[in-house]
Design a protein around this ligand. Structure first.
Ligand code: IMP
Ligand code: MG
Length: 182
């Protein structure tokens, strides 16, 4: 059950409950930043590649928690549109400009659901011959036996449709500072 304060913060009846609060997310992102900092060194020429749009807040907070020189770039792949499940058809709509060859690349993703997006994307990025290629995902539903597993995961997520902190439903709710279920 929601408290009065909580339903007020949820701004109406569409959102069911807060799953991860702003404070929980902040603390976990700082931890992930420390782990990534401890993994690499300045000579790795670290490149964080955010998968838009869902990762935009996570990436913004994560890079500020990493104490190493790094570059930031982005990828856009085709989204679900207004559907709540993956079509299995992943298309690259915008490609990163940074050269990945010989660099430590970390792909930053909002949430792993079926794993389809990452399974399609990782072989494509491997072809660019990075020195290393890892995934850092804020959320993981652990629904599938994905071929590729993130090295870093912020939180295991319940099998519900989640919005907020970058995640959307039909482009709504991305701006919420917490993660809620719809
Ligand atoms: P996958 O390809 O099935 O692993 O789905 C990954 C992508 O689907 C994520 O990058 C999200 O954009 C989207 N997605 C999956 N689950 C959710 C959710 O619960 N809320 C919002 N977007 C989701
Ligand atoms: Mg996404």
């Amino acid at each position: 059950m929601q408290t009065t304060t909580e339903s007020a913060r949820l701004g109406g009846t569409q959102l069911r409950r807060i799953v991860f609060t702003e404070e929980e997310i902040g603390a976990r992102v700082r931890e992930l930043g420390r782990e990534i900092t401890a993994t690499y060194s300045p000579g790795d020429r670290l490149l964080l590649v955010g998968l838009l749009k869902g990762s935009f807040l996570f990436l913004a907070d994560l890079v500020r928690a990493i104490d190493l020189p790094l570059h930031v770039d982005f990828l856009v792949v085709s989204s679900y549109g207004t559907e709540k499940t993956s079509s299995g058809n992943v298309r690259l709509l915008y490609d990163a400009e940074e050269d990945m060859k010989g660099r430590a690349v970390v792909l930053v993703e909002d949430i792993v659901d079926s794993g389809t997006t990452l399974n399609r994307l990782m072989p494509m990025l491997e072809q660019r011959q990075p020195k290393s290629l890892e995934i850092c995902a804020l959320l993981h539903k652990r629904r599938t036996s994905a071929d590729v597993e993130p090295r870093w995961v912020g939180f295991d997520a319940p099998n519900e449709f989640l919005v907020g902190y970058g995640l959307d439903y039909a482009e709504d709710f991305r701006h919420l500072p917490y993660v809620a279920s719809l």
